[in-house]
Design a protein. Sequence first.
Length: 187
Amino acid sequence: MFDDPFAGLHLPGRLLFTRGKPRNAPAGGGYVTVCVELATLPVLIDLYFWPVTTAALPADGRLLLHRASPPPRTDLAFMPLLDQHRTPDSTGADANHPASILLLVQLAAKYLARGDRQRHVAITQHLGFPSGVEIGTLRQILDERVDQAAAEVMRPAINAAHRLLDLVDTVTGDGLTRDGGPSRNAR
């Protein structure tokens, strides 16, 4: 699972990239984002690997598959459960790594489409824009910050991210009004 979560979990679609981030993991476990292409769009899947000693089914979770006895259920929702067992490893993914840029651009687009200004701004701060950005700027970030050496290897992921930006632009216009608030089309 740790070596190749895409194959180990038999995830659908075409693998575009993976990106680990140790500080997001539960203590003694692991975390990786897997980006797959489904219906021509990139889909981000967060995978949390829990050690048996702290694994629990969160109150807001649903068990889809297990090979042995299911983990105990907890009254905690997922994020509070993770916070209770978060790793002391504070390292994270390099924000300038091509996969990190792809991931952040996709998340910024998702929150822009949802009209979630607070999360949109929080994500774009990681990209160096403290007040949020429009789709055109997300395109520019994608084109300029994914270095040329990585660009050819990442071309399918870059193309899928551009299709996502096209879709978000169609749904929201530009997602934001001139005063920075959500547009009336943002969902």
